[in-house]
Design a binder for this molecule. Structure first.
Ligand code: E4P
Length: 218
């Protein structure tokens, strides 16, 4: 399973990368705004800075919503670095654009996916990744994890190559359930990844090992 970090914060990306388990980064316009990144040049420079930290897979989202401008913006984003994956919203012109990008060998991440039907369309258009949002479905009393399960089954039925990128992952149980189901990727904040480290028996076990060692070595 690939781990992506869902942030535009360079320090968090560095910290996750240094842990040695990071496979990529997803950003979105809200995450860029949270870091105060504005203006075309600054946005591009920021994407480049992210690409310089990680080995691959940096999702950069288009702002355009019509076909011609999605294509124009996506091509410009893809030029920033080979690691860029163009993130395109699940709308009619987005699907057309994903089909076009796929024919140009430009990798895409189809975002804002909330149903199995949308995920099926993204795969048929040739998206490299599909991003179903678990947490936002849970927020409206709909089981986000069931959607992940459905998409994995549908993709397996037809051997689609589109990777299931579970997004809007809010806590470790989301992540672990996705792993159980065989999602290809999860994207989540850094604290969800680091929370996987914790277990009280690890802490107490380590304290005992160190104490016993000290007893005979001091
Ligand atoms: C996915 O690529 C999105 O950036 C993200 O996972 C959305 O998460 P949120 O619902 O916690 O904002």
């Amino acid at each position: 399973m690939k781990f992506f970090i869902d942030t535009a914060n360079l320090n968090e990306i560095k910290e996750a990368y240094e842990l040695g388990v990071l496979d990529g980064v997803t950003t979105n316009p809200s995450l860029m705004a949270k870091e105060g990144i504005k203006g075309e040049e600054n946005v591009r420079a920021h994407y480049k800075a992210i690409c310089d930290i990680v080995d691959n897979n940096v999702s950069a989202e288009v702002i355009a919503t019509d076909f011609d401008n999605i294509i124009k913006e996506g091509k410009e984003l893809a030029k920033i670095d080979d690691k860029i994956v163009v993130k395109v919203p699940m709308i009619k012109d987005g699907i057309k654009a994903i089909k076009y990008f796929s024919s140009m060998d430009i990798r895409t991440n189809c975002t804002l996916v909330f149903s199995a039907g949308q995920a099926l369309l993204a795969a048929k258009a040739g998206a490299s990744y599909v991003s179903p949002f678990i947490g936002r479905l849970d927020d409206i009393s709909t089981d986000g994890l069931t959607l992940i399960e459905d998409i994995i089954r549908i993709y397996d039925n037809y051997a689609y190559e589109t990777e299931v990128l579970a997004a809007s992952v809010r806590h470790t149980m989301h992540l672990l359930e996705c792993a159980n189901m065989g999602a290809d990727v999860v994207t989540c904040p850094l604290n969800v990844i680091t929370a996987l480290l914790n277990h009280p028996l690890t802490d107490s076990g380590l304290a005992k090992f160190l104490a016993d060692h000290k007893k005979v070595n001091s």
